[in-house]
Design a protein. Structure first.
Length: 715
């Protein structure tokens, strides 16, 4: 007997308020421009300042979405329970030694936020440095940013965001007294670097447009108004960050755009002295330095090393003329991350979407690689505080193997398992199949696909599919383990990650082929992956759900316009869909830095034409659209709340059939959604319940699927 679909109230209809936009001699209408609040800066700092008419619209959308998802409420609760049951509620990190102590964070049973702790290195009683649950108590929103203990181990500097707008307040805790000092820094980006005397720290101040603009030096006991400016970046197209070296003598101020970087060195014994510039920025030059005392080891693309090489330079004269080869580049082997120790250099590289760990010994000049049996897996370098250590730490997982954390002794080449992520007692990795596939594209490329399914799921064209994509900023979508994902896969879903152009899964060329004027390749690749999975029997063409967030939400909007018939449903998390209007507005927080990723439509008519041709909001058409769930955050500074709200309004007003089109805005959260680990599960459960309901024909205008046809019940 077919499922019956719930009858929802009519969807909200956003008021049409004529508004004209002009650029490059063209004029067009944006009838929903009013949804962007004129006081948006104030709203980021105080969501209660949102104008009443806009709040009424967002609340009406939330009510409509909850009503439309009413048939999934029991399933949502079931999914959240399942996902929570897979967590180790009192989970703890392996302690990381630093001098006399070992530092770590843990969760208490039932706790939403981390508790930051340390123990004497030789063993002994735990000291709680900061209790995230206690700090979050009574707050509508609370998200920890960074915590850093001082070099003398007497204090803890920590940052937190209480709005979701990523404007952090930094406080300093006296560890022995267990109390915060009077010091308070506001409107910071969250980063903290202590000076060597433990009497102050560096941080980054944000300007009125929410952009990181200055590196400041705060001295303990002094008011923030007396903080010293160490560095200032006047060009809003550049981001800045500050990090400490493992050696602890210097900090690096990194100035970076989407096509270049430069670094300035701060002496942490004299942080007020002018920083030393390593090499001035120029278009196309990327580099970042690591401190080895008398020398800097520098990861760079200079000299045509597209996938990066490692060079070395004296630390007192690090200019580019003094760079000397250390580890050469190899095209197609992207150097992703590096770590430096007194006697060893560690490199995390990637070739054809496979990560690799390579260790180089300075004394012998020899290199060796750590071997892994899996074909598709995830690696990450973890925190190590001590420069003289011969041990580094990494984590490993596959889509069917939970995360394992190892210490690796670079001298003995011994791998020591410190922790294995808890999984349910009945979890059997052999019950799952992981595949690495390649999808051909119309222009002759091959797009990697990472795929997970239960071994019992028939791959004969009858299984529902959820396909995830991102494809921007050179960001890699790792094929790692997710306990949440099992709630789909154990119900007979195939879960696939499309490693589309715009990421660096196949080297830096893969990124360059999916940005600026080549951005459309990202969309082409995702559609090619979808069609390949249908053609090879990995998906029921009537039950495919696409999922992406942020820049991946732009991808969702583009494929919805270009091939809506391929998808039964689309989940768009904080989707960057109003691309043209955002890139035409230089006052928005991220617009100037983003011109080197998407193009500058203000000054470049070809960039204007390219963006206008794919911008999801501007290309909504009079056709049938799949069911869409759009998720937003009111305090989001990255993808402002009005982008998905305008997109949903235009979709409803323009489409000829299909849907429903749902928008849910978190009124007390930002880009990352709910900060508490259990609250976050509720958000995942909502999205997955939508996907399941679409696949079962309970939501959407597609084919009604008979009950339990090919969809297994949860184990």
């Amino acid at each position: 007997m077919p499922h019956t679909k719930s009858k929802s109230a009519p969807p909200p209809r956003a008021e049409l308020r004529p508004h004209e936009v002009s650029a490059h001699g063209e004029t067009w209408r944006d009838d929903y421009a009013w949804i962007r609040a004129d006081n948006w800066r104030e709203v980021l700092r105080d969501p209660a300042a949102l104008p009443r008419d806009i709040r009424d619209l967002l609340e009406a959308e939330n009510a409509y979405a909850e009503d439309a998802l009413g048939s999934t409420h029991a399933l949502q609760r079931q999914l959240a329970r399942e996902m929570r049951a897979r967590l180790k509620e009192d989970d703890s990190e392996p302690p990381t030694p630093d001098g006399p102590f070992s530092y770590y964070s843990r969760f208490r049973h039932g706790g939403q936020h981390r508790v930051y702790c340390r123990r004497p290195r030789a063993g002994g009683k735990e000291s709680v440095l900061l209790d995230g649950d206690a700090r979050a108590e009574g707050a509508a929103f609370f998200s920890m940013g960074m915590s850093r203990h001082s070099p003398d181990h007497s204090r803890l500097a920590w940052s937190a965001d209480d709005k979701g707008s990523e404007m952090y307040a930094i406080r300093v805790r006296d560890i022995a007294a267990g109390e915060d000092l009077p010091d308070l820094v506001e409107n910071a980006s969250g980063e903290i670097v202590w000076t060597r005397d433990s009497q102050g720290f560096l941080y980054i101040l944000q300007d009125e447009n929410h952009r990181p603009c200055r590196v400041m030096w705060h001295r303990l006991g002094a008011p923030a108004s007396e903080d010293v400016r160490v560095f200032e970046e006047a060009d809003p197209a550049w981001f800045i960050s500050v990090t400490s070296s493992r050696l602890g003598r210097r900090a690096f101020i990194r100035v970076h755009g989407h096509d270049a970087m430069e670094s300035h060195v701060v002496d942490l014994d004299d942080p007020g002295a002018p920083p030393l510039l390593i090499a001035p920025r120029r278009s196309g030059l990327r580099y970042e330095a690591l401190d080895h005392g008398d020398a800097f080891y520098i990861k760079t693309n200079s000299g045509g090393a597209r996938d990066f090489q490692i060079v070395v330079a004296p630390s007192d004269a690090p200019e580019e003329a003094n760079w000397r080869p250390f580890l050469p580049a190899r095209d197609g082997r992207l150097i992703e991350n590096v770590a430096i120790f007194q006697d060893y250099f560690v490199m995390l590289a990637r070739e054809e979407n496979a990560p690799r760990l390579i260790i180089h010994e300075f004394a012998s000049g020899e290199s060796h690689e750590i071997a892994f049996e899996a074909r598709t897996y995830f690696l990450k370098l973890e925190t190590v505080y001590e420069f003289a250590s011969s041990v580094f730490r990494f984590s490993y997982s596959t889509m069917a193997c939970s995360q394992e954390t190892y210490d690796y002794d670079m001298a003995s080449r011994e791998r020591i398992l410190l922790k294995k992520q808890m999984t349910p007692r009945d979890f059997d990795p052999s019950a799952y199949v992981v595949k690495a596939l390649m999808a051909p594209t119309p222009d002759g490329e091959s797009v990697p696909i990472s795929l997970l399914a239960r071994r019992s799921t028939p791959l004969d064209g009858t299984a529902p599919l959820l396909i995830y994509g991102y494809g921007a900023y050179g960001h890699v979508m790792d094929a790692n383990f997710s306990t949440n994902r099992l709630s789909l896969v154990d119900r007979g879903f195939v879960y696939a990650i499309a490693h589309v152009r715009g990421g660096t899964e196949k080297g830096f060329r893969w990124y360059e082929e999916g940005k600026l004027e080549k951005k459309a390749n990202t969309f082409v690749d995702f559609l090619a992956v979808t069609r390949h999975l249908i053609a090879t029997g990995h998906a029921d063409p009537r039950r495919i759900i696409a999922h992406g967030g942020s820049a991946g939400g732009m991808l969702m909007g583009a494929i919805a316009n270009q091939a809506p018939e391929l998808y039964a449903g689309i989940i768009a998390d904080v989707p960057f869909v109003d691309v043209l209007n955002t890139m035409l507005d230089a006052t928005l927080p991220l617009t100037p830095p983003e011109w080197l990723e998407w193009g500058d439509p203000i000054r470049d008519v070809s960039a204007f034409a390219a963006i206008r041709a794919y911008s999801p909001y501007d290309n909504v058409r009079a056709e049938r659209y799949p069911a869409i769930l759009a998720l937003a955050g009111l305090a989001d500074p990255r993808v402002t709340y009005w982008e998905p709200a305008k997109w949903v309004a235009r979709l409803r007003a323009t489409m000829t059939g299909g849907g429903p089109i749902l928008l849910r805005t978190a009124m007390e959260a930002g880009h990352a959604g709910a900060p508490g680990r259990f609250d976050r599960l509720d958000e995942v459960a909502r999205a997955y319940a939508f996907a399941i309901a679409v696949a079962e024909g309970k939501i959407g205008g597609g084919v009604v699927i008979p009950a339990n046809a090919g969809i297994q019940s949860a184990t």
